[in-house]
Design a binder for this molecule. Structure first.
Ligand SMILES: NC(=O)c1ccc[n+]([C@@H]2O[C@H](COP(=O)([O-])OP(=O)(O)OC[C@H]3O[C@@H](n4cnc5c(N)ncnc54)[C@H](O)[C@@H]3O)[C@@H](O)[C@H]2O)c1
Ligand SMILES: [Zn+2]
Length: 671
């Protein structure tokens, strides 16, 4: 049909254009310097795939999707013994079902899809001979030197004869990434994946010192064939860390495990972008064969993107409850991490400077779990038009116009005006928040109005409000006024810990407030009277925090008195007291760390970590948040972070399943 010709050629042009763009984006990405977020790249691939499917004749001779990765010339090229492939993607339950129906009766393992770069480790007669990147799938780069120097979890020797090839993912742990960036505020890494890719491809090893990485194995080939046909067992036997693999035999079970991984996503110390399903039996996996760029015996179930790019429209300097003035990014709305994000934090002026961010830039926004979305940086500076504007920090407070002061290395800005209106409102909102007095019937807008009229200045002013006064305001009826007053009334039982939180004392965290209660302080006045020396004696309270508490509670003395006069309880509450250890405490003297999700074996119901921790403490344990050399037990629940396990193994910490602990807790009568 002649009418089709222009249309066909338009499609053909678009296909060529997309193919070229895919090649360009991949090149940059596999160098560790992506130009767009993964979600945008995926959209381009999807469009290309759909067009080619519709017009198979227009498929480019050299279809980029028939290859994986990107070629590279940086390091010595090494040909892979068998191709290193990509994975077929899935994002619907039906696709999981059809995977299972292709392999009836075959056991499957489900594991996290780590977001790093893949490496092939070749062992010859028990010694590490080479570490090679995936490259274009056929030929990769020899990165043995840097892998040896920087990558944990790559043993120099394995106990196996002949040739052994272990493939896996090299990642930078989130904790390492954070520590590195804190230590290098001038040249921060943009995200853990790029950090890992960029590190192993570095030309100058000096430039990447201190960027430690971790290897997790997910594939094994042995010659001669070893007896262990189960992948997980085979890898562990050789001494590799393996991202947790869970066995299952039905699509429904797999779906549940996938859900578990997605839920645990933000409690883990590494980035992951999905779950991998793979035949558990190595022979079955090999027998399933491959397509042009992916094995048939595995699929990748992708999760929602945690990073997207969007336009930075403006930067607004926000006054916080302690007077800190922080830059907030106003963004073109973008769907990331499961919600639409329009605001993100930019931390402080030094971060803006080191990342070179300007208004009008296309920026990478990251939102993982409950973490406040933040601007990770600018991916592609070549997109600039010249109309971008510098972000200029204010010299005066945006609320009260008083001159600002700078503090610390990151030059954080502060308004020190004690009667700054914005700070006043923030402090009132904070006092009423759930973690503090929990005055849930009075929202932010009302607090602003009541602050504007002068009814509210300090937290103690909530307790002078009357129903009559509230009824004088527009749009306040009998019912809502009563609700507000009742809510305020309930908050009078706030107690020491939550009052401490509510008073917004700089440097004192929620944990600090809890520790003061456990250390035996009976009331807010006792804390105010203690003096720095006594405060420092409390576990985990350092000199600076102690000084801040001492200084600010002295300053707040009149406010504390007003709260008292107005019937607010500032005594320690029984639930905040140290736990009473039961007789015959089965965990006596044990230092424990709890990880994974915990549920009561009797009912199957989820139990929150603090609740479970309390039980352990009543059984004589002390709990810590991270594994260290002094930890006795690592108690594991569902969906445990591999990094915690690795660390525990390394430090020789005993790992026990929650079931064992539950038995003891139940027997001791604390659960
Ligand atoms: N931002 C960009 O410009 C850009 C460019 C190209 C590719 N990408 C991103 O790269 C990805 C696609 O590329 P791909 O071909 O590397 O595919 P992929 O990364 O999605 O899947 C294959 C890879 O998964 C990794 N993997 C992690 N855990 C694994 C496990 N347990 N078992 C097996 N493999 C595991 C391996 O490294 C393997 O090579 C997409 O996420 C895409 O968005 C982004
Ligand atoms: Zn101010």
């Amino acid at each position: 049909m002649p009418g089709n010709v222009p249309f066909m050629s338009a499609a053909g042009d678009r296909i060529q254009e997309l193919a070229a763009r895919i090649v360009e984006l991949r090149d940059a990405y596999y160098q560790g310097e992506p130009l767009v977020a993964d979600a945008e790249y995926d959209a381009i691939e999807d469009e290309f795939r759909a067009l080619v499917a519709k017009h198979p004749k227009l498929a480019p001779k050299d279809n980029p999707l028939d290859h994986v990765g990107a070629p590279s010339v940086l390091h010595a090229p090494v040909r892979h013994s068998r191709p290193m492939l990509s994975l077929e993607k899935a994002n619907k339950p039906e696709q999981v079902e059809s995977f299972f129906s292709r392999f009836p009766g075959q056991p499957v393992v489900v594991m996290p899809k780590l977001d790093g770069l893949s490496l092939a480790l070749v062992y010859e007669n028990g010694r590490l001979a080479r570490a090679v990147t995936r490259g274009d799938g056929t030929t990769g780069d020899d990165v043995t030197f840097l892998t040896r120097a920087l990558c944990d979890g790559v043993p120099d020797k394995v106990e196996a004869p002949g040739r052994v090839e272990v493939r896996g993912e090299c990642v930078m742990l989130r904790s390492t990434f954070d520590t590195y960036n804190a230590a290098h505020p001038d040249k921060p890494l943009i995200n853990p994946r790029n950090a890992a890719a960029g590190t192993l491809r570095a030309k100058d090893p000096k430039a990447v010192e201190g960027r430690r990485m971790q290897f997790f194995a997910f594939d094994l080939t042995t010659e001669p064939e070893s007896a262990d046909s189960d992948l997980d067992a085979g890898l562990r036997k050789l001494g590799f860390s393996v991202a947790e693999m869970k066995h299952c035999s039905t699509a429904a079970e797999a779906q549940e495990l996938i859900g578990g991984i997605e839920q645990a996503r933000n409690t883990l110390d590494y980035d992951l972008d999905g779950a991998v399903l793979r035949l558990a039996n190595r022979d079955a996996f090999a027998a399933a064969g491959t397509r042009s760029s992916s094995p048939r015996g595995a699929i990748a179930y992708k999760f929602a993107a945690e990073e997207k790019t969007t336009v930075l429209k403006d930067v607004v300097w926000d006054v916080g409850k302690t007077g800190k003035i922080a830059p907030v990014a106003w963004l073109e709305p973008v769907f990331v991490g499961g919600t639409t994000v329009t605001r993100a934090t930019l931390a402080n002026q030094e971060v803006i400077r080191s990342k070179g961010i300007k208004i009008g830039d296309t920026v990478l926004v990251r939102r993982a779990g409950d973490v406040i979305p933040f601007v990770a940086g600018v991916l592609d500076e070549s997109k600039r038009t010249g109309d971008e504007q510098e972000i200029i920090p204010p010299s005066d407070c945006p609320s009260c116009s008083q001159p600002l002061t700078e503090q610390g290395n990151s030059r954080e800005l502060f308004c020190t005006n004690a009667v700054c209106p914005a700070q006043t409102v923030r402090r009132l909102i904070h006092w009423s928040s759930r973690a503090a007095a929990d005055i849930d019937a009075i929202g932010q807008v009302w607090i602003e109005r009541l602050a504007e009229t002068g009814d509210l200045v300090n937290p103690s002013d909530f307790y002078t409000l009357t129903k009559e006064r509230l009824l004088e305001f527009d749009r306040v009826g009998e019912i809502s006024a009563t609700r507000m007053i009742e809510s305020i009334d309930r908050s009078r039982s706030v107690g020491l810990r939550r009052a401490m939180i509510g008073l917004s004392i700089p440097m004192a965290s929620e944990g600090t407030a809890a520790r003061l209660c456990r250390a035996g302080f009976g009331s807010l006045e006792e804390v105010a009277d203690a003096g720095v020396e006594k405060l420092v004696a409390v576990e985990d309270i350092g000199q600076k925090v102690a000084e801040s508490i001492n200084f600010h509670l002295a300053r707040l003395r009149p406010e504390i008195e007003r709260l008292r006069e107005r019937g607010v309880s500032l005594e320690v509450r029984s639930e905040d007291l140290p736990p009473v250890v039961v007789a015959g405490a089965p965990l006596e003297g044990k230092s424990v760390v709890i990880t994974g999700s915990i549920s009561d074996p009797r009912s199957g119901e989820k139990v929150t970590r603090p609740t479970f921790q309390k039980m352990c403490e009543r059984a004589g344990a002390t709990a810590a948040s991270s594994v260290s050399a002094t930890t006795d037990l690592l108690i594991t629940g569902e969906g445990v972070g591999a990094s915690k396990l690795t660390k525990a193994e390394k430090l020789g910490v005993e790992v026990v399943d929650q079931g064992e602990i539950w038995t003891k807790l139940i027997a001791a009568g604390v659960a």
